[in-house]
Design a protein around this ligand. Sequence first.
Ligand code: X8Z
Ligand code: ZN
Length: 610
Amino acid sequence: MKALVFLVAVLLPATLLAAPAPAPAPAPAPAPATVAEAQTFLDLYNSLCQRLTTVASEAEWAASTDVSEKNEGRRTAADQAFAAFAGDAKIIAVVRNLLSRKAELQPRQVRELDKALLRAGSNPGTIPDVVNARIEAESRQASVQDGFVYCLGKPAKNGKCPKPANANEIDEKLRRSKDLAERALVWNASKEIGRPLKPGLTELQKLRNQVAREMGYSSFYALQIADYGMTVPEMMTLLDGFVADTRPLYTALHTWTRRELARRYGQPAPTGDIPAHWLTNRWAQEWTGVAPGIDLDAGFKERTPEWIVKQAEAFYVSLGFAALPASFWTKSDLYPVPKGGKRLKNSHASAWHVDLDKDLRALMSVEANAEWFSTAHHELGHIYYYISYSRPEVPAGLREGANRAFHEGIGELISIASSQLPYLQQLGMVPKDAKIAPTQVLLSEALNHTVAFLPFAAGTMSRFEYELYEGNLPPEKWQEAWWRLAHQYQQVAPPDAARVQDPALCDACTKTHINDDPGQYYDYAIATVLKYQLHEYIARKILKQDPHNCNYWGNKEVGAFLKHILEQGATRDWREVLKEATGEDLSTRAMVAYFAPLQAWLDQENAAGR
Ligand code: X8Z
Ligand code: ZN
């Protein structure tokens, strides 16, 4: 088809090609009989989908909050039952048949059918054994990941660890320790989980690709990207654009951070890559805490983990959202397992829409610090999205974000709103008379999930999964690829070059999304860009305040603006939703503009070698 278009283009005179396109024909009216036929099918489909999702989510919840063989078995069985429905060959045939008469359907019905096809993508009923094997491998991988206990000492002969640690403890040490030997030990310990996860990902790479290819996608990656209505090349071009647009800013921040960390550790500043164990996060995805003089955690010393979640809720309530239902508080799993407790649970924050209706839960391990403060706001963004679109006008099959990045972006937006100085001062987290230069606040934000983050999300992670699925990257090349990309995009190097050659290691496997949310990490890159577009609009057009120094708290108009986006769920094309909300297409413009004063400051500091 593409070749034909090319041929026609070559043969046609340029003037003809340049001629204005004729006015678009009016959209054909839906045909009542086809609309009714589709609706009968969709009513049944949605009812089954919602019921089976509930059963599967309950089982997944049990397995993620209490790792055991029994719960793993229950999760596998429930996910297989869901797959048997979502990928049933007859269902796929009906969906395709209806979609072949697209013009006769209502646009919303077309969207529902498209989503049904995507849901079938991982579960084609034509190869049930492969689908069941995929689900079993996913469930096993999750148990291996969630049941892993980090070890900060040398294991004894019987394999027992003298110093077991959980993820929060690892993160805390990487945030605080100034001792490079200790940092290397902790960083290396945090990567040990990659060993037991590598065989599982090896199997999953094949199985995930097999199911997606059965459904006509070029790879599992293409299937995940299709949810945006985009092709793989389109997505990669978009992501490359994000990286290129923010490159000068990243380079300046990296140069400054190199020197700052060298000072902190009493080392000469590296001329190129930063050693990974110098940075405050296991994957160097954010560099929180590098800025001197801003101890974000200090304000949380007097607070409890319970206060953090309640305060996050209060922020949304102040905007006009309802208080969370009582069941959220009774059913969620919000805090770490108490010391000495035997239960093992997933350590990464997540938000759950268990029954695609009113049963909403969060799985977290909240402690009283700045990182969990931000994460709690992020997770409640998902929860308020669920609440907003769970209404009769939005069918179960469209109870999703405008796209997945919107879902990530709302909580991220509220997270930057909750880290603005006026709000922190209002809460008493930062003294009202504190002399903090505006560039210092901006610097702290850039080091968080924004400037420092984008090359990880749009580069290292997204490119790795691209090579993994689209490129069938063999397992023996994973380490090399991971560190090649970390060098190229993040300018971060492994603490010890030998680990790149070790075939038993899998540093990519240590990132939970590679196992749990495969092929989707660009969601966060898009969310990062999107949140600045929304933030700029809210600050300038609604609050009429400087985006660098504004306070959303208590503003019902901001709440109404957000609610309007959220309550639509996935009933409309995300491009339309974005354009309508901000007047703009997806773009890094707002983000680059927001950080322009920081870029100027960093350039000055770097030139002076300060
Ligand atoms: O995974 C998350 C959320 C859950 S959706 C806590 N985030 C990414 C990560 O931790 O890698 C939030 C931003 C990036
Ligand atoms: Zn999220």
